[in-house]
Design a protein around this ligand. Structure first.
Ligand code: SF4
Ligand code: SF4
Length: 430
C-alpha cells in the first residue's frame, strides 16, 4: 500500500483554514456575513454589523477587480478561487457562472482554475450540483456529526433543525460525482462523541475527506477576538485533545490511505520536513486573507475586524495590500508572541502555538498569551508522535510496507520495528 501526504485532491483551501502549502490564499465572501441559517456558534454572523448599509452582494466591478488581481498574482500552473460566507450559495448559481466565465477570460493560457466553496448545503439543488460537477469544484460541507449532534447548534432562523437538508444536499453532490470535503466543528455538544461523529461521516455518509475545527467562541458582545472567557458552546481544551486522539487511533488502525483528515496530514508534515499544511501550525500568519463583498481585504478570516482592515481592492492592488507593513506585522506577531511555555514545548515544531485568535489564557507562571487549546494539542501531538514518526519513516522510503500497515492496524508503536533493527517502531529511521 502506498500513502502519500497531500496526494488526495482535497488538499485545497475549502474552509477557514488552508489545507495546502500556498504562497497566498484569499477567502472571498461574495455575500458577506449573510446566511440563511442561524447556527449558535457562528463567528461570522455578527460581522454583518460592520456593514450597516451593505447590500451583501459582490458587485460586478469588485468581482472583476478580485479575479483580475488574484490571477495576476498567481502565475500558475493552478490558481485556486475560494468562495465562502456567510452562505455563498445565497447569491445563486448564475453569480458563479458569471464569475467562472469571467475568470476563464482572464486566466493565462495553460493555467488551471480550481474552484472551492464552503457551504451549509441546505440550498443545494440539481443546478448547483451540475455546476459543481461541470467545473470540478471542491465543495466543503459543514456537518457536525449524526442528526442529534449536528442539530444541537446548527439550525435555521426559525430554530428548525437542518440535518436532513444537509444530508440531502450532500447526497445530491455525491450522486453527481462532486468532490466533497466535510468540515466538522468540534464543540461542547459533540466533543464527547468522537467515534460516533467519525464513524457516521465515514460509514453512513461515505465521506473520505474531513476537516476538524475546534469551536473557541469568545464570550463578548462584539463578536471580535477579545476577552478571556469562552461561551458554554466552546469545546473544552481536554475535550479537544480527546476528540483528536480518539479519532486518530481509529484512523490509524483502519483508514490510513483511505480517509484523509487534514489535521493528521498537518501533524505529519513537519515530520517529513514539509511546510505547514494548515496556517494554524505555520510559524507565521499573513498569507491567508479574507475578502469582503465590497472589496475590503482583511488580514485573516478570523480577524474581520476594523483593526485588521488592510484596504479595499478597488483602490489598491490585492498584492500590495497583502505585502503591506500592516500585514507583515500581523504575520510576524504569531511567532513573536509565543509565550515561554511554547518556546520550550516539545510539541512546538508541530503546534507553533496554534492560532493567535486562541491565545488568551495565562501560563502557570503567570505569562499571558497561552493558547486556550494548549492542553488538547499537547495531548494529541504527544499521543500521535510515535505513529507519525513511523509513518514519516515509511513515507521517506517511498511507501508503506505491509508489515507497517499491520503495525498501524493496532500494534503498539513502541514495540520493536518490523525491520529487525531492535529500535522502537515509532522511532526507527532505518
Ligand atoms: S490568525 Fe493566523 S493561524 Fe489563525 S486562522 Fe488566521 S492566518 Fe491562520
Ligand atoms: S502544545 Fe501548548 S505549549 Fe506546546 S506549542 Fe502548543 S500551545 Fe504552546
Amino acid at each position: 500500500m502506498r500513502v502519500e501526504l497531500g496526494a488526495h485532491p482535497k488538499d485545497r483551501p475549502s474552509s477557514t483554514f488552508r489545507t495546502s502549502p500556498r504562497p497566498l490564499s484569499v477567502l472571498a465572501k461574495p455575500s458577506g456575513a449573510i446566511c440563511n441559517l442561524d447556527c449558535d456558534y457562528c463567528f461570522f454572523l455578527s460581522k454583518e454589523q460592520l456593514y450597516p448599509d451593505g447590500r451583501f452582494r459582490m458587485a460586478e466591478e469588485v468581482l472583476e477587480a478580485y479575479l483580475t488581481q488574484l490571477l495576476e498574482l498567481h502565475p500558475g500552473p493552478e490558481v485556486t478561487i475560494s468562495w465562502q460566507g456567510g452562505e455563498p450559495t445565497l447569491l445563486g448559481v448564475d453569480f458563479y457562472r458569471r464569475a467562472i466565465a469571467l475568470a476563464k477570460t482572464l486566466v493565462r493560457p495553460g493555467v488551471r482554475l480550481q474552484h472551492t466553496i464552503q457551504t451549509n448545503a441546505t440550498l443545494l439543488d440539481d443546478r448547483w450540483a451540475a455546476l459543481f460537477a461541470e467545473e470540478q469544484f471542491l465543495v466543503g460541507i459543514s456537518i457536525d456529526g449524526p442528526r442529534d449532534l449536528h442539530d444541537r447548534y446548527r439550525h435555521d432562523k426559525a430554530g428548525r433543525p437542518t440535518y436532513d437538508k444537509v444530508r440531502a444536499g450532500l447526497e445530491l453532490l455525491i450522486a453527481h460525482g462532486v468532490d466533497v470535503n466535510a468540515l466538522v466543528t468540534v464543540n461542547a455538544a459533540n466533543e464527547a462523541h468522537p467515534l460516533e461523529v467519525y464513524r457516521h461521516l465515514r460509514d453512513d455518509l461515505g465521506l473520505e475527506y474531513l476537516q476538524l475545527i475546534p469551536i473557541v467562541e469568545r464570550a463578548n458582545a462584539t463578536g471580535f477576538q477579545e476577552g478571556t472567557e469562552v461561551t458554554e458552546r466552546s469545546v473544552s481544551p481536554s475535550g479537544w485533545g480527546r476528540f483528536l486522539t480518539t479519532i486518530f487511533d481509529e484512523w490509524r488502525r483502519h483508514d490510513v490511505g483511505s480517509v484523509f483528515v487534514s489535521m493528521f496530514d498537518a501533524a505529519l508534515a513537519p515530520k517529513l520536513g514539509l511546510p505547514a499544511t494548515m496556517c494554524i501550525f505555520a510559524e507565521t500568519c499573513g498569507d491567508a486573507l479574507a475578502l469582503e463583498h465590497n472589496g475590503d481585504l482583511y488580514s485573516c478570516d478570523h480577524f474581520v475586524e476594523p483593526g485588521y482592515l488592510l484596504g479595499n481592492i478597488t483602490e489598491q492592488h490585492l498584492g500590495e495590500l497583502a505585502a503591506s507593513p500592516a500585514q507583515q506585522r500581523f504575520g510576524a506577531a504569531k511567532a513573536e508572541g509565543l509565550v515561554a511555555q511554547c518556546r520550550r514545548c516539545p510539541a512546538l515544531a508541530s503546534c507553533r502555538g496554534e492560532c493567535p485568535k486562541n491565545r488568551f489564557t495565562t501560563t502557570a507562571d503567570g505569562e499571558f498569551g497561552l493558547n486556550y487549546l494548549c492542553e488538547g494539542y499537547l495531548n494529541f501531538f504527544t499521543h500521535a508522535e510515535p505513529v507519525l514518526e513511523l509513518m514519516a519513516t515509511q513515507l521517506r522510503r517511498g511507501g508503506f510496507a505491509d508489515e507497517v500497515m499491520d503495525l498501524l492496524n493496532g500494534a503498539d508503536p513502541a514495540a520493536p520495528c518490523p525491520c529487525g533493527s531492535g529500535n522502537p517502531a515509532g522511532r526507527c529511521h532505518r
